[in-house]
Design a protein around this ligand. Structure first.
Ligand code: GDP
Length: 416
């Protein structure tokens, strides 16, 4: 935007001179009788912030905070305290096995894996990418659900960082701006807290975790941001309870050992966090999300799909060229596959035909064999019948001879 305006301003000036030159060339040369245009208001860059503010107020904008940390660490309470709201009061259980993100409450259920968080962030990037790639895109009124900042809640243990926290931050630092927050800072003494802060930051640095750094390139916030970068992380106390202190109701956490005022900078870093997050760096967090984290996701996605800004030999290529090359490549690949499939189907048909031929021959052979077997079987049956008949005949003959002999001896007896 700044670039475009800078281009237009000299153009405006030139036009004014040109118009006056038509009135009288001689007089213009002498610098007399020049028709000067009076501006209704001042033209300059100063009006830009107002324009941006007005546009943001009219359109609105999204700023999404993701709170990550174990159940009961104080995420909901801090968010309520930050925005003076009351998120749905549904307690999260420690015993809920799957990890889920309840987008409406910004609560994360207990888990021992960072993957669901990574998936959630990627899903928001993907939704934006899909909108961006539409021919008829409407990013103007798009509901941006990308995570602009992650408040990572750490227990005030005073000991080393938990492996799970370290692993989670390490794996998510390229996807979003992470700000570490020491929760329930009232439960640890000031000296222990100071030591814990130093230990925590040195562990993050030695493990190569990239946490969000407040920008120092803008003069108006450079000093405070540099100071805050040196004091990270934020030790906070969250509470919606109010206590009367010097005739004034203030948000505070009442402990058995005293009252911790949430908005007292000597008691905790709540005000600093709110200031840094909402007042000073909200726009930078949004910008970093878009230019750093989203662009990285977009680049990886494009590369996954085979798109790149440079071709072989590191020569720059346009999207159109890459698209054409890809189309050509896919076309060739498709033709090759089609040819391969054709060959395969011809081969299959041949194989099938051979099998069928073989099967047919076998079938005919069997039929022929069966046909040949039929007379032989009949002859065998007949042979058997002949043998049976011969046997029967022989038996009959024996029987006849015996009865003839018996009849002859009976006759002889009668004669005697
Ligand atoms: P979440 O599960 O992380 O959202 O935790 P909650 O916000 O529901 O808080 C769990 C409990 O911790 C509640 O009883 C809160 O009152 C308490 N709590 C929240 N913030 C603080 C704090 O800063 N200090 C102390 N001492 N207790 C807190």
């Amino acid at each position: 935007i700044f670039y475009q305006v800078a281009q237009q301003l000299p153009h405006l000036g030139m036009k004014t001179t040109c118009t006056s030159s038509q009135v009288s060339d001689d007089e213009q040369k002498k610098g007399k009788n020049i028709c000067s245009l009076t501006m209704s208001s001042h033209v300059g860059f100063e009006s830009l912030p107002d324009q941006l503010v007005n546009r943001s107020i009219q359109q609105g904008f999204c700023f999404n905070i993701l709170c990550v940390g174990e159940t009961g660490i104080g995420k909901s309470t801090l968010t309520d305290t930050l925005f003076n709201t009351n998120f749905e009061d549904q307690e999260s259980s420690h015993f809920c096995p799957p990890v889920k993100l309840k987008a409406q409450t910004y609560k994360l259920q207990e888990s021992n894996s960072y993957q669901p968080i990574a998936d959630y962030i990627d899903a928001q990037f993907e939704a934006y990418l899909q909108e961006e790639m539409k021919i008829k895109q409407s990013l103007f009124n798009y509901h941006d659900s990308r995570i602009h900042v992650c408040l990572y809640f750490l227990s005030p243990t005073g000991h080393s960082l938990k492996t799970l926290d370290l692993l989670t931050m390490k794996n998510l630092d390229s996807k979003m701006n992470i700000i570490p927050v020491i929760a329930k800072a009232d439960t640890i003494s000031k000296t222990e807290l100071q030591k814990f802060k130093i230990k925590l930051m040195s562990e993050l640095v030695s493990n190569g975790v990239q946490i969000y750094q407040f920008p120092t390139d803008d003069d108006t916030v450079a000093r405070i941001n540099a100071a805050m970068n040196g004091q990270l992380s934020f030790a906070v106390v969250g509470s919606m309870d109010e206590v009367k202190i010097r005739n004034k109701m203030v948000k505070a956490h009442q402990d058995p050992w005293g009252v911790v005022q949430v908005e007292n900078e000597n008691h905790c870093d709540f005000v600093k966090l709110r200031e840094m997050l909402i007042c000073k760096n909200m726009e930078d967090l949004r910008k970093q999300t878009h230019t750093r984290h989203y662009k990285l996701y977009r680049r990886c996605k494009s590369e996954e799909m085979g798109f790149s800004d440079v071709g072989p030999e590191n020569k720059p290529v346009s999207l159109q060229e890459t698209y054409e090359a890809k189309r050509h490549e896919f076309h060739g690949e498709r033709q090759r596959k089609e040819e391969e499939m054709k060959q395969m189907s011809v081969q299959r048909v041949k194989e099938k035909e051979a099998i069928l031929k073989e099967a047919k021959f076998e079938h005919l052979k069997r039929v022929h064999q069966e046909e040949r077997m039929k007379p032989e079987e009949k002859r065998r049956i007949l042979d058997k019948e002949i043998i049976d008949f011969s046997k029967k005949k022989a038996t009959c003959e024996i029987f006849q001879t015996q009865s003839f002999l018996a009849t002859g001896s009976n006759l002889r007896k009668d004669k005697d």
